[in-house]
Each structure stands twice: as C-alpha cells, then as structure tokens.
Design a protein around this ligand. Structure first.
Ligand code: IVH
Length: 673
C-alpha cells in the first residue's frame, strides 16, 4: 500500500513544526506554544508513523523520545582521532604557549578563538546529506561508543540541518552537558524517590548519555554546544576557526554564545578574567577557557603531539573541589542556641583559598552524607560560597570510624539540647545562661545592621564577657575608660573611640532596636514591619496575639516568640535599662500606605462561579488581606462558594462572619468590609 501524498506532506509539515518548537523551547528558552499543544503535535505525528512505518525517518522528532533498550553499545572507530587538550594552570603557562606557537609559525602576534571549557562529555556527530546518522562518544580517542539513539534524545542537537551549503558528509564535534538548573532538579527528584544522586553535572551528563535505554536519556535535561569538526572535506574548509563556528551555527548546530576572537596572550588573559568573574552566573558548569589558533592553515601547520593539538590549550580555573581529611567535628552554638556541626579539616587549597573548616549545617545533613571524624572527603568552595563537604570517599574510611552523634547537652554550658518537633535543628535550652548564646547575642546587638557599634568586634566581646565587665547589653553603655584600659590591645585612643561609638549608637531607630534585641524569628524585615505597624515599643510590648497576627508577615510562630520574649521579666529589665542609658529613636513613620483590608484574615471554601480560588486569594491579598487555610478565632471572614466544606460549620461554631459569593464580590468592589 503506498502512502497517500497528503499524508507524506502532513508528516513533513509536522516534523518541521515540531523541530521549530524544539528550538524555541530547548535552545532559546522561549516557547511559543504550551506543552499540551506540543504534545498534541507529537501525538499526531506518532499516529501517522504508526500507521505508515515507512514514513519514519532518522530525523523525525519522534525518534527523540528514545529507542528501546539495547544490550550493549557497539564500538565506533573514529575517522579522525578525538584529541584531548593540554592544560595551562597559570598565566605563565599560557604566555609560554603563545610564545611557542608564534615562534613555530614565525609570527609576531596571533588571533585566537577563546571559548568556555564546558564540563560535560565530547561527542562526534556524523551528518550525511544534512541528517544525523551516527553519534559516538570520545572513548579512548581512537574508538568510542555508538550512542546515536541517545544523542537523538538530546533536543538541542538537530536531527536535520538547516540551509543547503553544508558538506554532503561531515562530522561536528562538541560537548553534551547538563545545565545546573536541570541537574539540581534531577537530583532533587532522585532524592525524593530515594534513588542515588549524581555527584556533579558532568557525571550526570555522562551517566545520562551512556544509557542502554535511550528513553532514560530522553527524560534527562541534557544540552549541547558544538566547538569543532572531525572528518570534513578540505575543499569546504573556511579560512578560520571562527568562520567554522559561524557555519556550524548557520546549519542549526548550537554554538556557545560566549566565544570571542581575541588578540595575543593579553587578549586571552583578559577573556579568561572576565569569564572567570561571570563563571558562576552561567547556567552551566565550566572548568576553564579553551584558546584555539584562529587561522586554520596555521592549525594544520602546527599539527599535534601525541594526543593533543599544538594549536589549542585549555586554561583551567582553580579547582573548586579538593580532597582532604576531617580531623574532627566541632559543634558551635549560635545566638539562638542552634547547634551547628562544623568539620575541622586538614588545610586544603580549593577555589583559590586555603580552607580549614566546612559547615555541616545540621544533624540531618551529617546523617545524609554520613560524615565521620577521620573520613576522607571532597570539599567544595565555589565563588564566595561557604566551603562545604560534597561527599565522603567511602573507600578510604578507616575501620572503626564511629558515626557522628549530636551531643545531648550543650558543649558550651551543659544545658539540655532540644529538638523541636518537626524541626531538624537542635538547640541548647540554656538561653542567656549559655555563654555561647550570651556572647553571640551581644555581638548581634552591636552588629552593623543592628545598633551599629563601630569597633565592638568579636574578640572584644569575648574579653568583656570573659572578664565579667558586662553581663547584659545594657552594661555596654556603662563602660568607662577605667574599665576598658585593662583589656588586651586596648590603648587609650581605641578605648575613647569605642566610647564615642557607643554614644553615637544610642540614637537609633525602633526597627534597628527591635532587630538588635534578637527576638527569635524577628529579622530585619519583620522588625521594620513591626515598628511601622505599632509605632512605639510600648504598643508592641503590650500587643495581644490577635493584634500581632494582624501584621502582614507575622504568623502564629513568630507571634508566640514575640510574646514570649516580652513576657520575660529579665528582657523587660534590660530594655528599661537601655532606655535609661539614653537609647532613643524618633517615632517611626507609619507604613507608607495602609491597604483597605490590611489586618483582616480570610478563609476561602467551596467553589466560586466567577473566579478560581487562586484568583480570589490574589484579589484579597492585593487589598492587603491575608488568606489562610483553616478557620480559627482569628479569622475575620469566611468566603463560602457552592459546596462549602466543614470550614463553614467551623465558622458558625466560632461565630465568624460568612460571605456568600455576592457579598464577597461586593466587598472586592467597595474595597472595604
Ligand atoms: S576542543 C582538538 N573545545 O575538553 C581539541 N574541547 O580536555 C579537542 N571540552 O575532550 C577539544 N569544552 O570534551 C574543545 N570548547 C571546547 C571544549 C572542549 C570542553 C572538552 C572536550 C575534550 C576535553 C579535552
């Protein structure tokens, strides 16, 4: 049975359309149609191909969903060996490379293509008459594995090229990689379903591409950039590397938008520095820069030594991961009593600095990573991020290494350690009795964004508390030259400076003062909101739970912490001493604009005919109201659509007013209750 011409035409059109949307979605990050519409196009094409299997072509987008599993990969001998790159680890290495190349070519100056060194795996793509017919991994450079089915599942790689001016048969080479965002999402999914996670995007990319079941590859967020060629007809070669990249791009192969043509070693180094600064903002991992002599004739002249071309070099960024040993695990006690385990490390140079500590966050994290004292670990320090332990190297664990256990009493004061239900954090219950919490709370009080007492650093606080010169933050304002004189590294001048700074800090704002008190869960933003809402310290100190809950941002937990704090006679005493010492502020300006429903709490139940629940919530919130999920005494109104649930019963039980849909719409219209 021959295939009707209109079906052939329909299949062709569908393929074209789907590929167009693939590019919008996977390459440009700018889809024009919804996922459902895309799926519909795909389903239509699949149906045609199921009916007329002879219409299935290797470049059909249906081939991307992944072929059924194979037993093993077959080997592919590369027509042109896939080389590796020499490395430069310093600016000197790079200038030496440039000097060598210029000498060899007898040139004064050379242009290079500079581009990111992607952290993925190299593939060779064979295109015949514009159709992808074979894809292979690098393998040992001579022989790789046939991963055609898998590569077809990578949406960024075109199954059919665009335009007409490509050679009948040629190979493009480039890197398959996994963007950071996709990597994090993939690992998050794996964690949730209890599967093994990947160590880094590179491993994830390699593991995803080398799958016997290409359907698995299809489900992984892989991407691709082309950076060169393999077999390619000489007669069709342009004069330069950058023109080659332009051609590949014109034919529909994605090329890194970061590549540049630069001049001389100075141009290379400038590119290296500027890319290094943006490294962490790129959506994918890179581990350096690759420079390639731009002139292709010069490339041919230079040739290669053993396995690496003499016309290219990889300039590596400092490693961000390194191996070291955990000497011990300390437990630090923070201002609010939270116990944080910290790994003490054998010093190691990583990410450009020497690292001796890495936070382990909490007991859950240690359990998950199973870090034990004595373990060999991989430490990571990326950019300005605090160093952390990525994983343990289990093969190097010494026999008898004991799992870490969170202490049951505070290592600083011996008070019991509590883990609140539903919280992963362990806390010392000692409060200000605990010297660690005590010192940390004074440091916090003095910090820049709180009372801003210049010159009152950590070391000084440790001394002041250690020598019992201060017991509370109010005592800071009773310090004098006599008492400061005996401290280490405290000359007369710095003592006078400190006293002046203390004096200056007395003039503050209510928001800063509230933040400085260190009430649990009252950060800078909440402190500001509270100060604007209540206008005075007295009003806040006497606020009832209802009044606190009416503040945007304040939920039951925060409200409880605020009330607990002000209920403590000790805290009230310190506050009155601070005020007596002269700490003061001007009355805060009220919140810029009070929204009409501010302070009101709504609960939505049942179905509204005129809008979705999300929309109703958004409209209420736009007017300043809060929406919560359950009815309580704090609920101002329940809005009941058709078929309301038990929330309506609860409302009548508690005497909460109920609005029907009309009443609700009227309220939105009026903008006030
Ligand atoms: S060119 C003849 N360019 O690095 C030159 N390689 O260390 C061969 N790589 O196997 C490769 N980004 O997997 C080149 N922009 C780039 C690259 C790059 C990453 C990888 C590639 C190669 C390895 C060599």
């Amino acid at each position: 049975m021959s295939v009707p011409a209109e079906v052939v035409e329909k299949a062709r059109k569908l393929r074209e359309e789907i590929e167009f949307h693939n590019v919008r979605y996977y390459r440009l990050d700018d889809p024009l149609i919804t996922d459902a519409e895309y799926d519909r196009l795909m389903a239509e094409l699949l149906a045609i191909e199921a009916r007329y299997p002879e219409l299935v072509t290797p470049d059909s987008p249906t081939q991307r969903v992944g072929a059924p599993p194979v037993e093993a990969f077959t080997e592919v001998r590369h027509e042109v060996p896939m080389l590796s790159l020499e490395n430069a680890f310093s600016e000197e290495d790079l200038t030496a490379f440039d000097r060598r190349v210029r000498k060899e070519l007898s040139r004064d100056t050379l242009e290079y293509v500079a581009e990111p060194k992607l952290d993925g795996l190299a593939v060779n793509l064979l295109y015949q008459d514009g159709v992808l017919v074979q894809a292979a991994t690098r393998g040992d450079g001579e022989v790789g594995e046939d991963v055609t089915h898998n590569v077809r599942a990578v949406r960024a790689i075109p199954l059919r090229l665009k335009g007409e001016d490509f050679p009948d048969r040629f190979e493009a080479r480039g890197e398959v990689f996994m963007p950071k965002r996709g990597f994090l999402a993939l690992n998050e999914r794996a964690r949730r379903s209890g599967e093994k996670t990947f160590v880094n995007p590179r491993n994830a990319a390699a593991g995803s591409l080398r799958q016997l079941d290409a359907r698995v590859t299809a489900s992984r967020p892989l991407s691709f950039y082309a950076y060169g060629i393999g077999a390619f007809p000489d007669a069709r070669l342009p004069a330069t590397q950058h023109e080659l990249l332009e051609s590949l791009q014109r034919w529909g192969l994605p090329v890194s938008p970061e590549y540049r043509v630069v001049r001389g070693a100075a141009g290379c180094l400038e590119y290296y520095r500027s890319l290094g600064e943006r490294r962490h903002d790129l959506p994918y991992d890179i581990d350096g820069v690759v420079y390639k002599v731009d002139d292709l004739k010069a490339q041919a002249e230079l040739g290669f030594v053993s396995r690496a071309p003499r016309w290219a070099i990889a300039h590596k960024f400092p490693a961000e991961e390194a191996r070291t040993r955990v000497v011990g695990i300390d437990v630090q006690v923070g201002r609010t009593g939270v116990l944080t385990p910290v790994a003490r490390l054998e010093p190691v140079f990583v990410g450009g600095v020497t690292v001796t500590n890495a936070t382990l966050h909490n007991a859950d994290e240690i359990r998950r990573k199973d870090v034990r004292p004595g373990d060999t670990v991989i430490v990571r320090r990326a950019g300005d991020v605090i160093p952390e332990i990525v994983r343990v190297v289990p093969e190097l664990r010494k026999p008898g290494a004991e799992p870490f256990r969170m202490p049951e009493v505070c290592p600083e004061c011996g008070s019991a350690v509590e883990a609140e239900p539903g919280e992963v954090l362990a806390r010392c219950s000692g409060g200000l009795y605990c010297p660690a919490q005590h010192k940390e709370s004074i440091k916090h009080f003095a910090s820049r964004r709180a009372m801003d007492i210049e010159g009152l650093g950590d070391k000084l606080v440790d001394q002041l508390v250690g020598r019992k010169l201060i017991a509370t933050v109010a005592d800071l304002y009773r310090l004098d030259l006599d008492r400061l004189a005996g401290l280490d590294r405290m000359g007369e001048k710095s003592a006078a400076n400190l006293l002046a700074a203390l004096e200056r800090s007395k003039r503050t704002t209510l928001a800063r003062f509230l933040y400085a008190l260190g009430i649990r869960d009252v950060g800078e933003v909440t402190a500001k909101v509270l100060s604007e809402h209540f206008g005075s310290l007295e009003a806040l100190m006497e606020a009832t739970e209802e009044e606190l809950l009416a503040v945007a941002d304040v939920g039951p937990v925060v409200s409880r912490h605020i009330r607990l704090f002000f209920a403590q006679p000790h805290n009230r005493e310190v506050i009155s001493q601070l005020l007596a010492c002269g700490v003061s502020w001007e009355k805060p300006a009220p919140a810029p604009r009070k929204l009409p429903l501010q302070g009101l709490v709504f609960v939505l139940t049942g179905t509204l005919a005129s809008m979705s629940r999300d929309e109703a919530r958004a409209r209420l919130e736009a007017l300043g109201a809060k929406c919560t999920g359950s009815v309580s005494r704090n609920t101002s109104f329940v809005v009941a659509g058709s078929e309301p649930g038990s929330k309506l019963d609860k409302a009548s039980e508690l005497g909460v007013p109920v609005l029907d849909e009309k009443g609700f719409l009227d309220l939105l219209e009026r903008g006030r209750p």
